[in-house]
Design a protein around this ligand. Structure first.
Ligand code: G3H
Ligand code: 13P
Ligand code: ZN
Length: 331
């Protein structure tokens, strides 16, 4: 049993309380490899932002859970080396789907866990989340639960339609499970194609405009659970310029569309205190790699294309922290 506190990591409790009070959100960036981790830590250290490092099931399969945990431990030392005397770094399991998986992460040093029972019946979701909370809290590990289903792809689960979170269920869910934060469904979704063109309108230039998030549901949830930490998944904004670069240099991304950043800024000022971003980092890295390959077709040193990818991802993280989430200078 390894406790995250011995690794220099923190849980989300205090971080979220401050974010809710201060009207900003903590960035939760997924990572699968060295370059993403370097970019995240450089961005967080430079902007003096707390940060959540997210490990999905896909990341565990790709990179190995043990290795990712050691990388997070190394990230604390790296942030200090970059001049951040007291970094606040959370190592979080993203979309945990079984008690055994959550336990395994807690036992090896994760400081925060998501148990996503949103695809189960309400009662089964409550039972599973409660079981994880009871185990996690023995070690002061914080737990994120989820109510409502996002449309889109979550690991191997594909949901075609949103099921918005029902505000009338949230108090019962939080009380029965004891979870520390709640992921909700108000119209965001995972991936780079969050909406079909048929779900969007077009502006005067023919650009797709997505339907707005259901802020009325968010407000109703806040009324039910004043000050309780709320989480938004599927919050990439799918930057147009990255999509254009990818397509210009041989990519084939069609109708890619995300959540407008003004809407995320508005959410960050409310009880939404954790915003999950993965796809935007993938787009930033892919755009830089495609551009590099086009300019230097004879290049075969991975550092020569992963370096620009890392730089572009870092630029994106800094932008999100300062201009969208508002978590800069909060250490
Ligand atoms: O919620 C999904 C995240 O973007 C992780 O995706 O399972 O492909 O790593 P992944
Ligand atoms: P995006 O696909 O919008 O980046 O969402 C990531 C996420 O919610 C990870 O849990
Ligand atoms: Zn998610």
């Amino acid at each position: 049993m390894i406790n995250y506190k011995d690794l220099g990591l923190v849980n989300t409790r205090e971080m979220f309380a401050k974010a809710v009070d201060g009207g900003y959100a903590i960035p939760a960036f997924n990572f699968n490899n060295l370059e993403q981790l370097q970019a995240i830590i450089q961005a967080a250290a430079e902007t003096k932002s707390p940060v959540i490092l997210q490990v999905s099931s896909g990341a565990r399969k790709y990179a190995n859970q043990t290795l990712l945990r050691y990388m997070a431990e190394g990230a604390v030392a790296y942030a200090k080396e970059l001049g951040c005397a007291a970094p606040q770094i959370v190592l979080h399991l993203d979309h945990g789907d079984t008690f055994e998986l959550c336990k395994s992460c807690i036992d090896m040093g994760f400081s925060s866990i998501m148990i996503d029972g949103s695809h189960h019946s309400y009662d089964d979701n409550v039972a599973l989340t409660k079981k994880v909370v009871e185990y996690a809290h023995q070690f002061d590990v914080t737990v994120e639960g989820e109510l409502g289903v996002l449309a889109g792809i979550e690991d191997d689960v594909v949901a075609e339609h949103h099921t918005y979170t029902k505000p009338e269920e949230v108090v019962d869910f939080v009380t029965k499970t004891g979870c520390d934060s709640l992921a909700i469904s108000i119209g965001t979704s995972h991936g780079a194609n969050k909406f079909t063109p048929a779900q969007c309108t077009r502006d005067e230039n023919g650009k797709l405009v997505p339907p707005p998030l259901a802020f009325d549901i968010l407000e109703a949830i806040e009324k039910e659970l004043p000050g309780f930490p709320i989480v938004l998944h599927g919050a990439s904004s799918v930057p147009e310029e990255e999509v254009e670069t990818i397509n210009k240099y041989g990519g084939a991304l069609k109708d890619a569309i995300g959540i407008p950043e003004e809407q995320l800024r508005r959410a960050a000022k409310s009880a939404v205190c954790k915003i999950n971003i993965d796809s935007d980092s993938r787009l930033a890295m892919t755009a830089a790699i495609r551009k590099t390959f086009a300019a230097y077709p004879a290049e075969f040193d991975p550092r020569k294309y992963l370096g620009p990818a890392r730089e572009n991802a870092k630029k994106l993280y800094v932008h999100k922290i300062i201009n969208v989430l508002g978590s800069d200078n909060k250490l």
